[in-house]
Design a binder for this molecule. Structure first.
Ligand SMILES: Nc1ncnc2c1ncn2[C@@H]1O[C@H](COP(=O)(O)OP(=O)(O)OP(=O)(O)O)[C@@H](O)[C@H]1O
Ligand SMILES: [Mg+2]
Length: 366
């Protein structure tokens, strides 16, 4: 697994560790949880765990990857939804009977599409149809919103939180699974803790994915290299573990990078391993560069450790050569937290990913 191509896993054999989380998720999928939240920082393995669980479950489900939203207008959501439904229709033709009369739904063969010309399609009716079908089949149909925090940019008129709340209350045979970062998903997209949110007070099953500890990270790499017949020194493994801080997505990425470099004739050693880590830092750097300068400055400020509000403010003022009002700084920190780049504990802000600090330090020219 440490050496396979960087894509989410779908098979249980390919999933390293995570037995407890997988069991918990499967239980929630089989049980009567109506709202399941799978949260964790970026690249910690949410999509992989979810896909493996769905595969193990072996039942129909509707999977919506919110990162595939091509724009933040309704039409893009309808597109995603019809794709998700069309995915299961060929195997579950009876579902069509429940969808063909839904307002705005057009049927052709074993696919549906939304007709947006005359009327606004009724997602509510559609969900009722899906629920009715699931009921007849004796199923609790999972509807998945992967990377649900993307919804915060959604500008369409479809109120997704309200739809989920309605389904939660009235549709017994569908359940929702949302993945995302804790801050982005729970606080920002769903506003679960605000009484004005449609989802306020609903019970949710929360499953948290944490990073690997040092031992597990090292084991992940060692086993991955072994599978590929590669001998890598413990000190080199320690070096990678230090840099990557238990984030499985990075461990997998750098592991694969090392293997591919060796395949191309490279010699396993400090230089090759450093280059492989470097590759990951460059990826992060490209991402950091897209942020506004003030955001990059804050990341740079946090690169050498956790900081208090006042420390960040002083740093930012010095660097930018101008003052910042408190709401301005609050905005920047808020956005960085929603992006899953910055965390906060005991009044201190810190970077969630080691590589971010390295990457931010390198961004110059302002
Ligand atoms: N338990 C695991 N064992 C082996 N590889 C894993 C595991 N979990 C994740 N990976 C690998 O790590 C990478 C990131 O995983 P994944 O995409 O599932 O994470 P994510 O939390 O959904 O990330 P993102 O925030 O980018 O959506 C993938 O390349 C995947 O193959
Ligand atoms: Mg994901």
């Amino acid at each position: 697994f440490a050496c396979s191509p960087p894509a989410p896993k779908t098979k249980k054999e390919d999933l390293f560790d995570r037995e407890a989380e997988l069991a918990e998720l499967l239980e929630a999928l089989k049980g009567d949880s109506r709202l399941i939240l799978l949260v964790g920082m970026r690249r910690v393995g949410k999509t992989s765990l979810l896909k493996v669980a769905l595969n193990e479950l072996g039942r129909p489900h509707i999977y919506l990857d919110m990162r595939a939203l091509r724009s933040y207008a309704d039409v893009s959501f309808y597109e995603l939804l019809s794709d998700g439904i069309n995915e299961i229709l060929p195997l579950h033709k009876r579902l069509l009977d429940h969808l063909k009369n839904v307002r705005g739904v057009a049927v052709s063969g074993f696919t549906i599409s939304f007709d947006l010309k005359y009327s606004k399609p009724s997602i509510l009716q559609l969900l009722k149809g899906v629920n009715q079908w699931a009921k007849e089949e004796g199923l609790a149909l999972p509807i998945i919103f992967d990377e649900a925090q993307e919804l915060r940019y959604f500008r369409g008129r479809v109120d997704i939180a309200r739809l989920i709340a309605y389904s939660y209350d009235n549709l017994e045979n569908v359940k929702f699974i949302l993945t995302g970062s804790e801050v982005g998903l729970l606080y920002s997209t769903l506003n679960l803790f605000e009484s004005s949110s449609p989802l306020y007070g609903r019970h949710r099953k929360l499953i948290t994915l944490n990073r690997f500890d040092r031992d597990l990270s090292a084991k992940f790499l060692r086993e991955g290299f072994k599978q590929k017949g590669l001998q890598v020194d413990d000190t080199l493994i320690e070096y990678v573990v230090d840099k990557l801080d238990g984030i499985v997505g990075w461990l997998a990425y750098v592991g694969a990078e090392i293997v591919s470099r060796v395949k191309k004739g490279g010699k396993v050693g400090t230089e090759l391993v450093e280059r492989a880590v470097e590759e990951a830092v460059e990826l992060v750097e490209d991402e950091v560069k897209k942020l506004p300068k003030t955001h990059i400055m804050v990341l740079q400020c946090l690169a050498d450790g956790a900081k208090r509000w006042s420390e960040i403010k002083t740093y930012l003022t010095m660097r930018a050569g101008r003052t910042f009002a408190n709401p301005q700084l609050a905005n920047i920190l808020d956005r960085l937290m929603k992006l899953s780049m910055v965390g906060k504990e005991n009044d201190r802000y810190f970077l969630l990913d080691n590589l971010l600090g390295e990457a931010a330090r390198r961004v110059r020219g302002f």
